[in-house]
Design a protein around this ligand. Structure first.
Ligand code: ADP
Ligand code: TYD
Length: 213
């Protein structure tokens, strides 16, 4: 049987990794073979992007357009060498971030005065060759709450983890449905408890993918 491709996306600290771990365990317990992955990926272009995000590499930090192209290149490599082979093997692939992140983040970091809606359309077009997900779960959370969760989690702040920027990113995510009318995008209220969110995500996933509950 062909595999299923599920993306979990949303602002930094929305709870994506937490929910992917829970969903992976629940699907595995139901007998599905699951492959968990994320973007930026572990492939060479993804590793380069992570060095910029952490601030380890300061030479020629890419702006919104070169970052959008780097993320798109990482995505194509990730799809070709990892996502497609796992789908072809009949597995459920759970991916932490995908082109929704590029559309929301890279349009939000463009300078003031930019036509962000036009930028979103360009980023969506650039990413068209990337395989479409069967389901996109968009974890929606107030950036103030997400920032508090991130500070509890600890670790160094990354390039885009600033409150005003995260607010703009959330607003860009809200416009995603209009840009990707053929994608199945489900907004999840991520302000609730981990258990409640997990229950909803599991219900949406099993229903959308026709998996046995
Ligand atoms: P992301 O992968 O989206 O950045 P994480 O899953 O790492 O987010 O969650 C960020 C932090 O918030 C972690 O410390 C995690 O334990 C915590 N967390 C995740 N989901 C919830 C929730 N629903 N309520 C409260 N805290 C949460
Ligand atoms: P990540 O490790 O996913 O952060 P978190 O676990 O806090 O959500 O970090 C990836 C960062 O890269 C995050 O700030 C979002 C950003 N990003 C983009 O700007 N565009 C993209 O296309 C992707 C995949 C990620």
């Amino acid at each position: 049987m062909a595999g299923r491709f599920i993306v979990v996306d949303g602002v930094d600290g929305a709870g994506k990794s937490t929910q992917i771990e829970r969903l992976s365990a629940a699907l595995t317990a139901r007998g599905e073979r699951v492959h968990v992955t994320c973007e930026p990926s572990g492939w060479p272009i993804g590793q380069l992007i992570r060095r910029y995000l952490r601030g380890d590499l300061k030479d020629g930090v890419p702006g919104w357009s070169s970052m959008a192209l780097l993320f798109a290149a990482d995505r194509m490599q990730h799809v070709e060498h990892e996502i497609e082979p796992h789908l072809a093997a009949g597995e459920v692939v759970l991916c932490d971030r995908y082109d929704a992140s590029s559309i929301a983040y890279q349009s939000a970091i463009a300078p003031d005065g930019a036509d962000r809606d036009a930028l979103m359309r360009w980023i969506a077009t650039v990413n068209e060759p990337a395989r479409r997900p069967d389901l996109v779960l968009l974890l929606d959370l107030d950036p103030n709450v997400a920032a508090a969760r991130r500070s509890q989690r600890g670790g160094e702040a990354e390039l885009y983890e600033k409150l005003d920027l995260q607010r703009r990113i959330r607003a860009q995510y809200e416009k995603l449905g209009a840009l990707r009318p053929n994608d199945r995008i489900v907004r999840i209220d991520a302000s609730r408890s981990i258990d409640l969110i997990h229950e909803e995500i599991l219900a949406v996933t099993t229903e959308a993918l026709g998996l046995n509950r």
